[in-house]
Ligand binder design. Structure first.
Ligand code: 26Q
Length: 818
């Protein structure tokens, strides 16, 4: 019977309970009477891990039988979020587990709450990698995610006197029950030194790399479950000192030197760099990139041989997806492994390399395009620099043969000769890949027509688009149980594996009973978020207010300060007694600023200053509230999206490659106010113009404005409201009487305003006004909210991964039998 089977494979309530108690006793040395919350969490995690591993082992067996092309996702960042809740959903044992714990007088949700998530990424790009792992597993694609096991993830954000301060993220402090160490899976990675060119005994030209130092990378595997059946692994590398180097020094009697070497080696995977979009060319960062790429490629070559294949078939057996240029040194490393270590001819090696890699670009911002100085690369990776020069010389030769102009050839070179010579990693990735994609239609178009235009002209077929998607099982099923239940009651649970079935909700958009239930769920979620905000931000918010939310990394191009200018405008209107049309609103912000990014930190300071002003003003705080939720993470995100009424996606057009928060909000029933940027364009197309509050200039208009010589002060002079708001920034009324605190922001906006806030201010405020009027009609608002959800089926990462399979990897999903 089904019950017996569940019991046998450990999915019954009884078996879960029994195993949980066993883990508690035998692994943690505890009995239920004396436990800490962390003991309970760990015992449950270990119980679930056993079941996860079982699924994973079965999938591995199935995959190896199928022997289809495997996908290696190379990403310097992952943001998996808390594992426990997600794994319970995927194993379909949420209810059984809840019951089992209840019989022990324990509360599942409290235990889930204990988990510390791995913050091994900065933001969108890292989270995307994890969404894709979820979908790869669910769709039954043989895949592995390679990356770095940072000992300290993205810093923990604290707010001190209104400013961001950073603390170390010690995510491994309580141990990590989800990973499995593989001491036997380890590789040596070399750094520095010199290359020796010679002709060997067979009269063959050969290059040897004599490194200055070596480190060992060891694999740490975390199984990632898909819904209902499959499991794949995320394999993260940790750096350690090599035995041999230790020993040679040790034998010489210099123990401390050996220890120092060990410490230096382990530094490589110590900490994640907290910059997104804005690079600084740090040597350790290049070491990290090369370290994980080299381990991963060596691992794949080993797997290739284990499976009894020839190296010549490598590209048939594997495709490697490069998550931005961070792992793009892989192009040179695969060449080195094939040519130097496996003695393959250059031409054949190049053919294999070019048929293995595919590159996803995530940014158009010029300051974010990765470059490494030739001198640094020559010092750290001397052989790779030679290989890059060789690739470049052959490539430029090809271009000359095509008859391209000298100017165009210089633009396309892998080496940037302006100022200090540097390697353009996006060019290396483009030349070394068989496919290049952007992450939304607009972004892919701009990539082709602007940043990589020269390449798209010679290789039009190389370029394609895959619009991002999100793991809807995590961001709806796990994080919004109320809405999930309501949806499933109406249309069944097919949406878990096919998000487009949400379409079936459309016909209930006008159903008054359904609308009421929908509003009730939202209100419940808003109450929960209010509690959190009271705890973490010290702000009390009436859950019936309009929850107007912007959560994402803090960056000038994302324009958090545009939202702040508008809040101040409302504040001043209320003070003038002209607030009658304003809907009571709670403005909620969260997000981290790169520690060295002064303007971003000042924007956070402005949020807290506006919050202090607004929340403490009796004339205003019945109508407006402002809160900054510290330390935004996947865990926090899962509580924010379900509670949002309005999603702020207000970047300057042409700057946000895609955005993925925009999709998560829409999926949870928030309406969007946004520009025609990134995936907003496609969201608007899907949900319908009338359900998306559009404002601001288009990408073309932005560029035209700049071309004509943008003068922001013009808008200050012409618009009284804007003048008043801007002057208020330096009036001393914000930030405890300090006139100078926000001067840099004020000056920047009036003098340069590189993201054209002032130009978009008016249309933004007008849309907000309209939104507030619609909000007052709760039925109408709810109708639109339902329509939104029913039309966002496209934005599941399942759809994105299927597109990668079809248009890039040329693999078929294999649905494994249960
Ligand atoms: C690179 C070198 C050295 C130090 C740091 C970095 C680095 C790290 C992270 C550079 C960039 C990032 C992250 C970029 C990122 O998150 N981009 C976002 O990717 C999302 C997924 O495609 C998009 O939705 C967003 O629009 C894009 O901003």
């Amino acid at each position: 019977t089904i019950g017996e089977k569940a019991d046998e494979i450990g999915l019954s309530k009884e078996k879960i309970k029994k195993d949980f108690l066993q883990k508690l006793f035998y692994q943690l040395g505890r009995v239920p009477a004396v436990t800490t919350s962390n003991d309970l969490y760990t015992a449950l995690a270990l119980t679930v891990r056993d079941r996860v591993l079982r699924q994973f082992v079965r999938s591995t067996e199935e995959f190896s039988k199928k022997n289809s092309r495997g996908i290696a996702y190379f990403s310097a960042e992952y943001l998996p979020g808390p594992h426990l809740g997600n794994n319970l959903l995927n194993l379909e044992i949420v209810d059984e587990t809840r019951e089992a714990l209840k019989e022990l007088d324990l509360e599942l949700d409290e235990i889930i709450e204990q988990e510390v998530e791995p913050g091994l990424g900065n933001g969108g790009l890292g989270r995307l990698a994890s969404c894709y792992m979820d979908s790869l597993a669910t769709l039954g694609i043989p895949a592995i995610g390679y990356g770095i096991r940072y000992e300290f993830g993205i810093f923990k954000q604290e707010i001190k006197e209104g400013w961001q301060s950073e603390a170390t993220d010690k995510w491994l402090h309580y141990g990590n029950p989800w990973e499995v160490i593989r001491p036997e899976v380890s590789y040596v990675v070399k750094f520095g030194g010199r290359t020796i060119h010679s002709t060997n005994e067979n009269n063959k030209y050969a290059v040897e790399w004599e490194p200055e130092s070596e480190v060992v990378g060891t694999a740490y595997d975390t199984p990632v479950l898909g819904y209902q059946s499959n499991g794949i692994i995320m394999r993260l590398w940790k750096a350690e000192a090599t035995e041999s180097f230790d020993f040679s020094v040790y034998n010489m009697g210099d123990y401390y030197k050996a220890v120092e070497k060990k410490v230096r080696s382990e530094n490589i995977t110590k900490v994640l760099y907290p910059n997104d979009e804005n690079l600084s060319g740090k040597e350790l960062r290049l070491r990290q990139q090369y370290f994980f790429v080299s381990c991963s490629l060596q691992d794949m070559i080993r797997l290739n041989f284990v499976q009894g294949r020839k190296l010549e078939e490598f590209h048939e057996k594997f495709a490697i997806q490069l998550n931005d240029t961070h792992p793009s040194i892989a192009v040179a490393e695969l060449m080195r492994l094939l040519v130097d270590e496996h003695e393959m001819e250059w031409k054949q090696a190049w053919k294999i390399t070019r048929n293995t890699f595919a590159y996803t670009n995530h940014t158009l911002l010029p300051e974010a395009l990765e470059k490494w100085s030739v001198s640094l690369m020559g010092r750290l990776l001397p052989r790779h620099l030679e290989i890059i020069y060789e690739i470049n010389s052959r490539f430029l030769h090809e271009l000359r043969e095509k008859g391209l102009s000298g100017e165009q050839i210089a633009r396309m070179s892998l080496i940037d000769e302006h100022g200090e010579p540097s390697v353009r990693m996006a060019h290396l990735a483009t030349v070394g890949s068989f496919r290049v994609n952007g992450v939304s239609q607009l972004h892919s178009r701009l990539l082709k027509t602007q940043v990589l235009n020269d390449f798209a002209e010679i290789w039009p077929d190389k370029f394609t688009n895959v619009t991002n998607g999100v793991a809807h099982r995590r961001f709806l099923a796990v994080s919004n149980p109320g809405l999930s239940r309501l949806i499933t009651e109406k249309i069944g649970n097919g949406w878990l594996t096919d998000l487009t079935t949400l379409k079936r909700l459309e016909k209930f958009a006008d159903d008054e009973i359904f609308q009421k239930q929908w509003m009730e769920v939202k209100l419940e979620n808003k109450k929960l978020l209010s509690q959190l905000l009271e705890e973490r931000a010290g702000v009390k918010i009436d859950p019936t207010m309009l929850f107007d939310v912007q959560v994402k990394r803090i960056h000038e191009y994302k324009r958090q300060h545009l939202m702040l200018l508008h809040i101040l405008d409302l504040y001043l209107k209320i003070k003038d007694g002209k607030g009658e049309n304003i809907a009571p609103s709670a403005f909620i912000f969260a997000g981290k600023a790169a520690p060295g990014y002064f303007m971003a930190k000042l924007i956070i300071r402005l949020v807290t200053a506006v919050a202090d002003l607004v929340n403490n003003d009796k004339d205003v705080n019945k109508i407006l509230k402002v809160a900054f939720l510290p330390n935004f993470s996947v865990k926090q995100a899962q509580r924010v999206y379900p509670a949002a009424d309005l999603s702020e996606q207000i970047s300057m057009a042409g700057k946000e490659a895609s955005g993925t928060g925009n999709m998560k909000f829409a999926l949870n029933g928030a309406l969007t106010i946004g520009t025609l940027d990134g995936a907003n364009v496609e969201i608007r197309e899907e949900v319908g113009e009338e359900n998306f509050f559009l404002f601001g200039q288009t990408t073309e208009e932005v560029q035209e404005t700049r071309r004509l010589g943008y003068r922001p002060s013009k808008y200050y002079e012409e618009q009284e409201d804007l003048e008043r708001v801007l002057d208020f920034l330096v009036s001393g009324e914000l930030g405890n009487g300090d006139h100078e605190l926000f001067r840099p922001l004020y000056n920047n906006l009036l003098q340069q305003d590189p993201y054209q806030l002032l130009k978009d201010f008016k249309s933004y405020c007008e849309r907000k006004h309209e939104i507030h009027q619609i909000w007052k009609d709760q039925k109408e608002w709810t109708r639109r909210s339902i329509l939104n959800v029913s039309r966002v089926g496209k934005f599941s990462s399942d759809r994105s991964i299927l597109e990668y399979c079809q248009n890039i990897w040329n693999v078929e999903p294999v649905k494994l039998r249960d």
